[in-house]
Ligand binder design. Structure first.
Ligand SMILES: *[C@@H]1O[C@H](CO)[C@@H](O)[C@H](O)[C@H]1NC(C)=O
Ligand SMILES: *[C@@H]1O[C@H](CO)[C@@H](O)[C@H](O)[C@H]1NC(C)=O
Ligand SMILES: *[C@@H]1O[C@H](CO)[C@@H](O)[C@H](O)[C@H]1NC(C)=O
Ligand SMILES: *[C@@H]1O[C@H](CO)[C@@H](O)[C@H](O)[C@H]1NC(C)=O
Length: 335
């Protein structure tokens, strides 16, 4: 009789444990193998009680400061890990060794400043979001030799340069966001091999110039954001080959001149797809190329009428497109 009671108790304990297994204060959705720990008083990764079949785990707005390979081993089937707005300061090397199916890792809004080698090796990562941390560099050594990453978001960090090796390791990238950082320059070959890149965001950095070969390999680009930098001069051949580009933002820079031929390769620009506003344009004889291009492509330019001359003083504030050949002292025939 005693034996029966004990057996019954053990059986009950077993079932209760396996069905209610879920970390304290998290929500588990067994049917879709998802676990969410939202704004709960956690200071450590909740390895205890995570269902082994968890495929999607969200831990946000907690006080967790680190994750290691050991923590993730508890959920070997994990495909997506979202860790938004925690206090993460460190990740272990080989972090992903125990999660061989992980394809999405979102670490937005943490305090990561330095990451160990091989931190993103070992899993078939496709989407990696490191937005709003305190990273000062993006290191090729974080990744395996054969990364299949397609989306990398490094926006909102303190990155000053993109290492050349990075693009070599990430030849499958389609979206790269390095906006809101401190890039001062781009090494000429920093984007080489990125033949699949479609969307590149470099806005709100400190770029002053770009090498003419920087976009040499990125011929599949459709959107390019260079606004909010300090670009004062662009090489004439910079956009050569970017025939698929539909959106180009160059607004809010220090451009005084658009060199002859710069915009000619951009045959796919959409209506309103080019933004040149907020640049200190010098409307002297050399503006002729841009002036003629605008006459022929007005619809492609966002707020074309608001695109104004800064100098010479006599034309300051005048919309470039409204000026006559006479105003500019150039021959009047449109070629
Ligand atoms: C995942 O495991 C839990 C027990 O831990 C079970 O209740 C649930 O049905 C499983 N989900 C799937 C989709 O297999
Ligand atoms: C995180 O820690 C701070 C300071 O100890 C505390 O005020 C806050 O409530 C904690 N957050 C959560 C979600 O427990
Ligand atoms: C460029 O984009 C097109 C259309 O999206 C795609 O078919 C092609 O494979 C891409 N080229 C490369 C090198 O990825
Ligand atoms: C564009 O110019 C018009 C007329 O000068 C002005 O009313 C409008 O506010 C400007 N728009 C922007 C976005 O600057």
């Amino acid at each position: 009789m005693t034996f029966c009671w004990v057996a019954a108790f053990l059986l009950l304990a077993y079932f209760c444990h396996s069905t209610v297994s879920c970390p304290a204060s998290c929500k588990c959705y067994p049917g879709r193998t998802e676990v969410v720990c939202n704004e709960v008083p956690l200071t450590e990764f909740p390895t205890e009680g995570l269902p082994e079949n968890t495929t999607m785990l969200t831990i946000q707005l907690t006080n967790i400061t680190s994750i290691s390979e050991h923590h993730l081993k508890a959920t070997p089937l994990l495909r997506e890990l979202h860790m938004y707005g925690n206090h993460l300061r460190s990740l272990s090397s080989r972090l992903l060794r125990g999660v061989p199916q992980l394809h999405t890792l979102d670490l937005t809004g943490n305090k990561l400043s330095d990451l160990p080698d091989d931190v993103f090796s070992d899993a078939p990562l496709q989407n990696l979001i490191l937005k709003k941390n305190q990273l000062q560099k993006a290191d090729a050594k974080w990744f395996p030799d054969t990364s299949i990453l397609t989306w990398l978001d490094l926006s909102g960090n303190q990155i000053t340069e993109l290492s050349v090796g990075l693009s070599q390791r990430l030849p499958h990238l389609e979206i790269l966001d390095v906006s809101d950082n401190r890039l001062e320059e781009m090494a000429p070959n920093s984007l080489h091999r990125l033949t699949k890149l479609q969307r590149l965001s470099l806005h709100n950095n400190k770029l002053e110039t770009l090498d003419e070969s920087v976009f040499r390999d990125t011929r599949n680009l459709t959107s390019l954001f260079l606004n909010g930098n300090q670009l004062s001069k662009l090489p004439q051949n910079l956009f050569q080959g970017l025939t698929r580009l539909t959106h180009l933002s160059l607004d809010d820079n220090q451009l005084t001149l658009i060199p002859k031929g710069l915009l000619d390769p951009l045959s796919s620009l959409e209506d309103g797809g080019l933004d040149l506003t907020v640049n200190p344009l010098l409307c002297d004889g050399e503006v002729e190329y841009l002036w003629r291009w605008l006459q022929q492509n007005k619809k492609k330019v966002l707020l074309a009428d608001n695109f104004t001359c800064a100098l010479p003083e006599s034309l300051a504030g005048r919309s470039l497109i409204s000026l006559t050949a006479n105003d500019l002292n150039i021959g009047s025939q449109l070629s």
